[in-house]
Design a protein around this ligand. Structure first.
Ligand SMILES: Nc1ncnc2c1ncn2[C@@H]1O[C@H](COP(=O)(O)OP(=O)(O)O)[C@@H](O)[C@H]1O
Ligand SMILES: [Mg+2]
Length: 412
C-alpha cells in the first residue's frame, strides 16, 4: 500500500514527506523531534518539526484517525478552541513491508501546557480555580455547539495563559460526537465523566505528592459541575422582564459579554397582554456580529461596535408593530433594519454636531451614545430615551472628552 497524506493545506504534504514514516513513532531519531512536555496519553504522541512549524503526531488506527481529523475540522468550523488538524497519514510500511499504524497530525498549540507540567511546581488553589473556570467555559461552548466530548479530562485539555486568566483548548476529540443539539441527559452524562476524570487525575497527583495540600480532589471534581451549571444557566435561561425595561436585557447581555460570550439573535417575545417580554439569548462565534450587521444594514464596523449596534437594533425591532419572527407575513429583518438606520441610527448620529465629533466615526458615536444611555438608565433605574441621552451627551460629556478625541496636531 502506498503512503498517503490527506492534508487540509496543500503545502503541508511536501513538508510532511520529509519525515521518517517508515519508522514507528517511538523510534523516530531525535533530529526530527522537538522536546516539549506532553500530557498522558493512550497512544504514542511525539512533537516533530515540519518546515517552520511544530506538529504533534499521534499514532492510531485508521478509522479513529480519520474520525478525529473530521471532528477537529468540525470544531474549527464551529469556532471552538481546539488543536488544528493538519493531516492524516495512512499506508505506512516498515522495512520488509510490515504495516505501521496511521497517524493524525495536528499543529502544536504554541504556549500551551499540559496540566501535569503546570502542577510540577505545586500549583496554588487560586490558579486551579481559574483552570476549572477555563475548562467549564470550553465544555459549555462545546455543548452549545452540540458536541458531546465523551472524555473531558485535564489530560485531554491544553491550557494557555490569557491576560491573567487561562484559556482551555480541546486536544483529544477521539471520543467526541457531534449532534444537532444535546439533550440535558447527554450534557449531564458528559459533565459527570468530566467530574470523575478530573477527580481521578487530581488523586493521581496527590499520590505523587504534586498536589497542594489544601486541594481536595473530590471537591475539585464537583467544582467543574458547579461552574458549568452556573455558566450554562446564565447563557441559556429565559428571563421575563416588564415591558419597556430594555436596559434589563442590556444588563444581561453585558454580563454574558463579560463572561466571554457573544450574543446574537436574541429571541424577544411579548406576552399576549403586552405587560412582559421574554428574552432568550443565543450565543455565537466571534466576527459574527460584524457580518450580521453588514448584511442587515450595510454598516461596516468593528466587531465590538457591531455587537452593540445589533443589540440596540434587535431591542428596537421588538418594539415595532410588524415585528413577528417566524411569521412569513411580518416585516423581514432587513426591512426593519433599514427603517432603524433611517429613523434611529442616522438621526441620532446627526444630532451630534460634526465639529464636536472629533475623530469618531458614526458607529463609534452611536456606540458612545448607547454607553451613555446605559449609564443614565442604570442611574435612573429606568429606560432613558435616546433624545435625552444625546442632549446630555452633547452638554456634559463631549466638552470634557473633546480634547482627547480631536486628532492630535502634528509636531511641525
Ligand atoms: N496539537 C497539540 N499541541 C500540543 N500538545 C499536544 C497536541 N496534540 C497532542 N498533544 C499532547 O499529547 C497528549 C496526548 O494527546 P491525546 O490526543 O490526548 O492522545 P490520546 O488519544 O492518546 O489520549 C496531550 O495531552 C497533549 O499534552
Ligand atoms: Mg487523550
Amino acid at each position: 500500500m502506498a503512503l498517503q497524506i490527506s492534508a487540509t493545506n496543500p503545502e503541508h504534504p511536501a513538508l510532511l514527506l520529509e519525515l521518517p514514516w517508515h519508522l514507528p513513532l517511538e523510534e523516530w531519531p531525535d533530529e526530527y523531534l522537538v522536546p516539549l512536555p506532553r500530557g498522558i496519553s493512550r497512544h504514542v504522541v511525539r512533537y516533530a518539526r515540519a518546515g517552520d512549524e511544530v506538529i504533534a503526531v499521534k499514532e492510531l488506527a485508521e478509522r479513529p484517525a480519520l474520525r478525529e481529523y473530521e471532528l477537529l475540522r468540525d470544531l474549527d468550523r464551529l469556532g471552538i478552541p481546539a488543536v488544528d488538524p493538519l493531516a492524516v497519514v495512512t499506508g505506512r510500511t516498515a522495512a520488509g513491508d510490515a504495516p505501521l499504524e496511521p497517524v493524525l497530525i495536528t499543529r502544536h498549540l504554541g504556549g500551551s501546557m499540559p496540566y501535569r507540567s503546570m502542577f510540577e511546581t505545586t500549583m496554588r488553589p487560586a490558579t486551579m480555580h481559574r483552570l476549572m473556570d477555563a475548562l467549564a467555559v470550553l465544555l459549555v461552548r462545546l455543548h452549545l455547539s452540540g458536541f458531546a466530548w465523551g472524555d473531558c479530562s485535564l489530560s485531554n485539555t491544553l491550557f494557555r495563559r490569557d491576560a491573567g486568566a487561562y484559556a482551555a483548548y480541546l486536544v483529544d476529540a477521539e471520543t467526541g460526537d457531534l449532534h444537532p443539539q444535546l439533550s440535558p441527559g447527554q450534557r449531564d452524562y458528559d459533565l459527570d465523566l468530566a467530574r470523575v476524570n478530573i477527580s481521578g487525575e487530581l488523586l493521581d497527583l496527590e499520590a505523587s505528592g504534586a498536589l497542594h495540600p489544601s486541594v481536595d480532589p473530590i471537591e475539585f471534581g464537583m467544582e467543574i459541575c458547579a461552574r458549568y451549571g452556573g455558566l450554562w444557566e446564565e447563557l441559556t435561561r429565559t428571563s421575563v422582564y416588564p415591558a419597556g425595561k430594555y436596559h434589563y436585557i442590556e444588563r444581561r447581555i453585558r454580563r454574558l459579554n463579560e463572561l466571554g460570550f457573544d450574543v446574537a439573535e436574541m429571541q424577544i417575545e411579548h406576552s399576549s397582554n403586552g405587560d412582559t417580554v421574554t428574552f432568550v439569548p443565543k450565543v455565537v462565534d466571534a466576527g459574527h456580529h460584524q457580518r450580521q450587521l453588514l448584511r442587515l444594514t450595510g454598516l461596516d464596523t468593528e466587531e465590538n461596535q457591531a455587537r452593540r449596534l445589533l443589540g440596540d437594533l434587535e431591542s428596537w425591532m421588538a418594539t415595532q408593530d410588524d415585528y413577528a419572527p417566524g411569521d412569513p407575513l411580518a416585516a423581514r429583518p432587513e426591512v426593519l433594519a433599514h427603517r432603524w438606520v433611517r429613523d434611529v441610527f442616522r438621526p441620532t448620529v446627526r444630532a451630534v454636531p460634526l465639529e464636536l465629533r472629533g475623530s469618531m466615526d458614526p458607529a463609534e458615536i452611536y456606540h458612545e451614545l448607547l454607553e451613555h444611555r446605559w449609564y443614565l438608565s442604570e442611574r435612573a433605574q429606568h429606560d432613558i430615551g435616546l433624545d435625552t441621552v444625546v442632549q446630555d451627551y452633547i452638554n456634559n460629556i463631549l466638552p470634557t472628552a473633546r480634547e482627547t478625541l480631536l486628532p492630535t496636531p502634528s509636531a511641525d
